[in-house]
Design a protein around this ligand. Structure first.
Ligand code: NAD
Ligand code: TYD
Length: 335
């Protein structure tokens, strides 16, 4: 099976590529990534010389780049490439709209041209907006995105719906909750807090810290995407969740305890504008229809993740210092 993975040098994409190589002898994987600040080929050093894997630097918003990789012999596209951080979207909405919406449209048009048979759109639970204290998002919950990031993802998600409805393009869409695990860029809550705690820097908690997220280990997200790619029904949407709702303060407390650091490192800072209060996922459809369920509990997953960051302090230091950026610019030129 020949699979083009967009955004394969990012957090979830690189975990997905590593998992495909570990699971399937007969796969052929093309990692198509622009290598923005979030893309890091070092994540894939263990497979870079595997004959089943190749890397092409390119931008999803450029039709010529996309046409170069999305050819008639491709069996599936898994579309991870995106600008992914809510806080950045508050200052750079234009970049988010361009990459997340336009990039998806360019891919969808090319997919039509080559008659692609499987397209997996990696969307997010954030398209549903924010919940009150009870209830959970179902696939038929109305979309109500609140940030420029989630609005751009909702637009891309709806474009996929439209291309399936109008042109019969075989698109499956996943909407997953918050991921954590190895190779996550230290701007997102869990790796940022681990990284700061390791250096005895303050841990910035937005507002009262009582916002709730559902946490899913990235390996479980990858098995869910694999199930959707291979067995999902075209035109369908699949929620993916970890059944692990935690308040942010609980997560931060667990990290401090595991690293034997004091609570006094917590610094309450001004809340994120428009901050969604609570996300929770009803993932019963993917369980029922594709027999998927998470395998890593949150306590085990966070302990493993902290251990990974402790074992990979060089990776963390290089990512934080921007050293990878300089290297890629030398190798591939400025973007
Ligand atoms: P990430 O920011 O770690 O990685 C994004 C990757 O996309 C990077 O490698 C980057 O170089 C690449 N990219 C960015 N712009 C590009 C462009 N124009 N052309 C080609 N490549 C480009 O993101 P992530 O956390 O791995 O998320 C991957 C996908 O999963 C995103 O679509 C995100 O919306 C979705 N998602 C993420 C989470 C989460 O918790 N991280 C949860 C649900 C859904
Ligand atoms: P984040 O990892 O940015 O994911 P998302 O906003 O997509 O859910 O944030 C997770 C939660 O942690 C969210 O409620 C915002 C909060 N948060 C902080 O309190 N401090 C921080 O420094 C960051 C990055 C996030």
């Amino acid at each position: 099976m020949k699979i083009v993975v967009t955004g394969g040098a990012g957090f979830i994409g690189s975990n997905f590529l590593l998992q495909q190589i570990a699971t399937y002898d007969d796969c052929q994987l093309v990692n198509f990534d622009a290598l923005t600040y979030a893309g890091n080929l070092d994540n894939l050093s263990s497979i870079e010389s595997d004959p089943r894997y190749s890397f092409v630097r390119g931008d999803v918003t450029r039709p010529a780049d996309v046409a170069g990789v999305l050819t008639e012999d491709v069996d599936a596209v898994v579309h991870f490439a995106a600008e992914s951080h809510v806080d950045r979207s508050l200052d750079q909405a234009d970049l988010f709209l361009r990459t997340n919406i336009l990039g998806t449209q360019v891919l969808l048009d090319r997919a039509r041209e080559v008659g692609l048979s499987r397209f997996v759109m990696v969307s997010t639970d954030e398209v549903y907006g924010s919940l009150g204290p009870t209830g959970s998002f179902r696939e038929d919950t109305p979309l109500a995105p609140n940030s420029p990031y989630s609005a751009s993802k909702a637009s891309a998600d709806l474009l996929c719906r439209a291309y399936h409805h109008t042109f019969g393009l075989p698109v499956m869409t996943t909407r997953c909750s918050n991921n954590y695990g190895p190779f996550q860029f230290p701007e997102k809550l869990i790796p940022l807090m681990i990284s700061n705690a390791l250096e005895d820097r303050s841990l910035p908690v937005y507002g009262d810290g009582k916002q709730v997220r559902d946490w899913l280990h990235v390996v479980d997200h990858c098995t869910a995407i694999d199930a959707v790619m291979r067995a999902g029904e075209p035109g369908e949407i699949y929620n993916i969740g970890g059944n692990s709702e935690r308040e942010n303060l609980q997560v931060v407390g667990a990290i401090l305890d595991a690293l034997d650091k004091p609570r006094s490192l917590i610094e309450y800072v001004t809340d994120r504008p428009g901050h969604d209060r609570r996300y929770a996922i009803d993932a019963s459809k993917i369980h029922r229809e594709l027999n998927w369920q998470p395998s890593v509990g949150f306590e085990q997953g966070i302990a493993d993740t902290i251990a990974w960051y402790l074992d990979n302090r060089e990776w963390l230091a290089k990512v934080r210092s921007g050293a990878y950026r300089e290297y890629y610019e030398q190798m591939y030129g400025n973007r």
